[in-house]
Design a protein around this ligand. Structure first.
Ligand SMILES: [Zn+2]
Length: 349
């Protein structure tokens, strides 16, 4: 009997989607110099030029994410580098490798300073047109030395021009093989759009979420990798809203039912910033496939005048849901995350 274990597990709310959006300004200044160095090597900074003390890290977290987590009653955040700053389209592989190493080290340090509240997930040093295999050493370091429990995988390192093959292509298999070996999931997460047609967080992010799902739907990727796990963030983009379309397309394509074809491997988060959106998500998508997340201090930082609360205070919507019972809330808050992130589960309790 595993159906009642929610009652005996420690009550804990895990936010599976947080980025270090509040890093000290020195980080951005270093990055600007790195970018300037691409056209004038005399301006290129050394890694050792970046100096951020533990006190600065502590303050940037205590006055921001941790303050809001305490106010909202969240216990732990899976914490990765700022997504829009990954900007894999800038420079070449070496540019991304240096930048990813710096950003991952900062998230690791935050996780060491606040071991009960933050657990790191890594960005990869992706670069357009470069074999993803080149990301493996950083990934290995982040898991083995930094205790990362997941990664963010950018399906479009070109930043809005979609020059990489579909996520189902063998191009990505070296990453998937490593994920399976380490038993870590990937959040499928794009970065800044450098295509002016696509607003970064309003269009590119949601487009990518929808695109990633469809790339999986049209393929047999999870036949090759039955234990591979993807989290599609931002509530799955347009997917839950158009679930009937996706079921119908799968049928036309002679694919199995989506529950068998994709839902052993694909999960959605709750970064949906209004009650009707969360109600739709939790009604359409099986609760076992939904992970709590807020992506706080991210794309939408304001207060909703209709409710008087922050748009990204997503716990309020889960609490106010009239469809969810206690066991289902347990799964969304904690149970599913522990299943999808086995390395986190091993660390808790
Ligand atoms: Zn994000």
């Amino acid at each position: 009997m595993t159906t009642t274990n929610f009652a005996t597990k420690k009550h804990r709310i895990i936010d599976c989607h947080g980025h270090y959006t509040t890093a000290p300004k020195a980080l951005e200044e270093w990055r600007n110099k790195q970018i300037a160095g691409l056209t004038n090597s005399a301006l290129a900074p050394k890694v050792s030029d970046l100096k951020i003390s533990d006190d600065e890290l502590r303050e940037s977290i205590e006055t921001n994410q941790l303050k809001l987590m305490r106010a909202r009653g969240l216990d732990m955040t899976i914490f990765s580098p700022r997504a829009s700053f990954m900007a894999h389209h800038i420079g070449d592989f070496n540019t991304s490798a240096t930048w990813a190493a710096i950003c991952n080290e900062l998230c690791y340090r935050v996780s060491q300073l606040f071991p009960d509240n933050f657990v790191p997930a890594a960005m990869l040093p992706q670069s357009p047109g470069v074999d993803p295999r080149t990301c493996i050493p950083e990934l290995e370091k982040c898991v083995n030395e930094y205790g990362n429990i997941g990664i963010n995988l950018n399906p479009d390192p070109s930043g809005g021009h979609w020059t990489s093959p579909s996520l189902s292509d063998r191009h990505w298999y070296p990453i998937y093989e490593k994920m399976v070996e380490y038993d870590i999931p990937a959040m499928i997460h794009v970065s800044t759009s450098c295509n002016s047609c696509f607003h970064t967080t309003g269009a590119h992010y949601l487009n990518a979420d929808t695109t990633a799902f469809m790339q999986c739907l049209t393929s047999d990727l999870f036949k090759d990798f039955p234990t591979l796990k993807f989290i599609i963030p931002h509530g799955g983009g347009a997917v839950p809203y158009h679930w009937g379309r996706f079921r119908g397309l799968a049928q036309e394509l002679k694919k199995p039912l989506l529950t068998e074809h994709l839902l052993n491997n694909i999960f959605f988060d709750t970064c949906v910033y209004h009650q009707p959106g969360i109600d739709l998500l939790t009604k359409v998508i099986p609760v076992d496939n939904i992970l709590f997340a807020s992506e706080m201090i991210g794309a939408v930082r304001g207060i909703d005048p209709e409710t008087g609360h922050y748009f990204d205070d997503t716990k309020r919507y889960i609490e106010a849901s009239t469809q969810l019972n206690d066991e289902q809330r347990y799964k969304i808050y904690q149970g599913n995350a522990r299943r999808v992130f086995p390395r986190l589960d091993a660390r808790l309790d």
